[in-house]
Each structure stands twice: as C-alpha cells, then as structure tokens.
Design a protein around this ligand. Structure first.
Ligand SMILES: [Cu+2]
Length: 469
C-alpha cells in the first residue's frame, strides 16, 4: 500500500492504562432511539468529495444525496418504510439492501428482481425489515464500478429497546484507489488483473468518507459503534486499542456479548460488527483504530478524549440485545445438500468453464471478462443452482478450490457458517482451500443471488442463484 496519505507506524500496540474508577454516574441520552424517517428520497448522482480538510482538488465520485458514504438510513423494525430511489447518474443503477430479509421484488438485483433504473427514472423500494440491526445499501448494477465510486451507505433497523448509550456511532470503512492528486483512478476500473487476483484494492482508506476520522469521546462514556466494511474487495483487519470493548452483534444479528481477543476484529467486504465500548482513558488521551496490513498497522480513525469526564465508573447496565425473529429459526439435522466448488482466478488452474451456455477455454473466458466459476459455470446460469419449496433446510457445502479468499454472500437469508455455530451471518469469508458449510432455512420466496462480495469476483463470474417457491 502506498502510504502517502496514511499515517503508518510499526505494529506496536499502544496500550491504555487501566482506570481505577470511583462510584459516579451521569444521565444517559437515548441517542439510538431516534424517530424513524417516514419517507426517504435517495438520489444517486455524480459529484465531488473531499476526504480530508486539507485536500486541494475534490475527488470526482458517485454518491447518494451528495454524501460519501450515503446518508445513514434509520428504519423501524417490522414496519414499512418507503424509499424513493432517483437515478441522476448517466448510467443505469439499482439499490440492494444488504442483509435485509425483505420481499424479493425489493432486493434490487437488475435483470432478476427488477429492471435496472435508467437515468432520469426512479424506483420505489418498500421495505419491511423483520430484524433490527446494522445493515447497508449499495448499487447492485456494475457494482465493481459504482460501489468503487461511492454508491454505498449504512442502514440501521432500530431496536425497540436498544441498550442506552451516550453515542451511537457509525464506522463505514472504505478503500479507494486514488492518484497523487486525489483523483479516482478510473483507468484501472475493470482491470482483469484485479479481477483475477484479490479484487480492486485501494491505496487510501476512509472511515465515513474521511481519512483519519476523529471521534470525540469522554472518559466514562458508553459508545455503540457500528462497523461496516463497504470496500469492494479489501478484508479489513481492524485493531482497537480500547480495553473495554464488547461485540454485541454480527451482520446485524445479536450475539452473546464477548470481548474480541487483542482488540482485533476482521471484517470481510459486506460484513458488519456492532460494538459497545466503555471509554476508559484519561482526559486528553487519544486511542487509535487501525487497519493491519502485513506487518504494519495503519491509523484509519481515532478516539480523542475531551477534558470532561462523563462518569467515573463504567456503566454496569447490560448490553445484550433482544433476539431478532430470525433467531427463532432452528436448523434441523437433515439438509438438502448443495455442493459448490469455487474455481478460477490467478494461480487457480481453471482451464475451462461454461459461460452463456457454452463451454469456453480460459482464453475465451478472459475475453468475456470471466475468470471465476461455481461448479464449472461462470456467471449467471439459465437454471438456478437449486430450487426448493419454502421452508427447506439447505446446506451449501462449499469447496474454495482456488488461491484466493472469498466473501460469500446470500441474498434474502442469513445462514450459519461452519466456523461460527450459533451466529447468523449473511456474508462469510472462505479462506483459500477452505471447505465448509453455510446452512439456512430457505424461507423467503423468490429468486436470490449467492455471490462473492469481492465485487470484481462476482462480476468475473463468481455468482449463482437459487429459487424458493
Ligand atoms: Cu471472491
């Protein structure tokens, strides 16, 4: 990674001294229970962004509501929200609501669940999210370009009774490939080299659209932080230097709170983690949030402690979230087993695959910008990978038979990933060579994608679909 914009330092943990608190308290503001928005306009357009105050020339981007990332949308749980998407781009687009178990017609996949929204046109999304939590939304049309250029935002489905916190913070982390003048490197969009390797990697990391984002906190505050990886392809290995940190939800779904070992949290593209942090450093301190790449840690954001003290002793109130309806699902012992072999990419040895119904050798595939395949098929097939009646228990038995990790995402459903029993995910990272399962109840009728969320891999062929009748 080029480090001209990042504050690089050797990977040395900056510890924070423990605090011997004395009894004390302060009133909590219920910041996370904000009034839901009744009707929302979401406007995609070309525009400009500055990633830091000192930036000389604005970066040309695509954005929602003139904001990078898009506005944080807060929807009520279990009730309908209407989001009017208006396309002011000069190309077609659509919006996918990542992780929401909503009606198939609202899933935002052009050519499958809706027609692409053409320039000057609009589409009304009606969402009734059953599960509270942290989700996100993004373009699902040419997402390898539109997502890279900025069409993504965070979506929160409000809990009926969220744990009281002093601040409810969003941490949307993205990865940009910019030139020395901070201009988006458009010439490299669609580069087959990226598509065949790990996907499009950037050289500038932003949090909420800022390099070196600062969060202002006070000792004794209880902060909720919603981490979302909105990057095209980079797996973010985050390092928090706060000791009093708990994971309370993963991919939107509540988990039994736990402290991540060493302050490390991994987020593959599309994944989310909700944290509760009891801020415990002294006034005037600063603690870093870093991304670890190789042997270096890069500062991407920081907590800056003000001079005031919110309370002397951390809150004792419980932080466990109420279960979502999803979590009433019980997986049976018997499954329909669906085998998925993921092949291709650089150093993968794939010689041929079927594309558009025809067997092609690797040279022909590359000409068609296809370099990945699932079960020997590159890209979307005429017939689904499987078709099941509603309520069927499905086990995706996956072999990641190539040289790259992949962040596998299932639309409209959450699943149990073999390495984390009991945790419902919508996106799971399969390391190279990994074999494992993603198991779920196919209970949402319609046509749904399964694809790699390193979006260049999806565009390059690592995508399939299933149908629930
Ligand atoms: Cu992939």
């Amino acid at each position: 990674m080029s480090d001209h914009l990042l504050n690089r330092r050797k990977f040395i943990k900056a510890g924070i001294a423990g605090i011997a608190g004395i009894a004390g308290s302060a009133c909590l503001r219920h910041v996370s229970a904000q009034a839901p928005q009744p009707e929302i306009r979401l406007i995609a357009s070309p525009g400009q962004a500055n990633f830091s105050a000192g930036q000389k020339t604005a970066t040309r981007v695509m954005h929602y509501n003139q904001s990078i990332p898009g506005p944080v949308l807060r929807l009520p749980q279990g009730r309908e929200s209407v989001i009017r998407f208006e396309n002011f781009l000069d190309e077609s687009s659509s919006v996918h609501w990542h992780g929401l178990r909503i009606a198939n017609a609202m899933d935002g996949v052009p050519g499958m669940t809706q027609a692409a929204v053409e320039p000057g046109e609009s589409f009304e999304y009606r969402l009734v999210p059953p599960d509270a939590g942290t989700y996100w939304y993004h373009s699902h049309q040419r997402s390898w370009a539109q997502l890279a250029l900025g069409l993504a935002g965070v979506l929160i489905v409000e809990e009926h009774n969220p744990p009281p916190v002093d601040q409810d913070l969003v941490f949307a982390i993205d990865d940009w490939r910019l030139d020395d003048n901070m201009q988006f490197d458009r010439n490299s969009l669609g580069a087959m080299h990226d598509w065949a390797h790990g996907g499009r990697m950037g050289n500038v990391i932003t949090v909420n659209g800022e390099t070196e984002k600062t969060y202002h906190v006070a000792r004794g505050e209880r902060v909720r932080m919603r981490l979302v990886n909105i990057a095209n392809a980079r797996v973010m290995n985050l390092l928090f230097n706060e000791p009093e940190i708990s994971v309370i939800a993963i991919d939107g779904q509540p988990v039994e709170p736990f402290t991540p070992a060493g302050g490390k949290i991994q987020l593959a593209p599309g994944q989310r983690t909700d944290l509760i942090i009891d801020m415990s450093a002294d006034p005037g301190q600063r603690s870093l949030i870093e991304v670890v790449i190789g042997e270096y840690a890069y500062e991407v954001a920081s907590f800056v402690y003000g001079q005031n003290v919110q309370r002397e002793q951390a809150l004792a109130a419980p932080i466990r979230l109420a279960q979502n309806p999803l979590q009433n699902n019980r997986l049976p012992r018997e499954f329909l087993h669906v085998h998925m072999v993921m092949e291709g990419g650089a150093m993968g040895g794939m010689r041929s695959a079927t594309y558009n119904g025809r067997e092609m050798n690797i040279r022909e595939l590359v000409k068609n910008q296809k370099i990945w395949a699932i079960n020997g098929i590159a890209g979307m097939s005429e017939t689904p990978l499987f078709r099941v009646p509603r309520g069927s228990a499905v086990s995706l038995d996956i072999v990641n038979d190539n040289s790259w990790p992949h962040a596998m995402h299932v639309h409209g459903h959450h699943f149990i990933y073999h390495k984390a029993p009991g945790i419902w995910r919508d996106t799971a990272l399969f390391e190279r060579g990994e074999q494992g399962t993603m198991r779920f109840i196919a209970d949402n009728p319609g046509k749904w994608l399964i694809h790699c969320h390193m979006v260049e891999h999806m565009a390059g062929g690592m995508v399939t679909w299933f149908e629930v009748s």
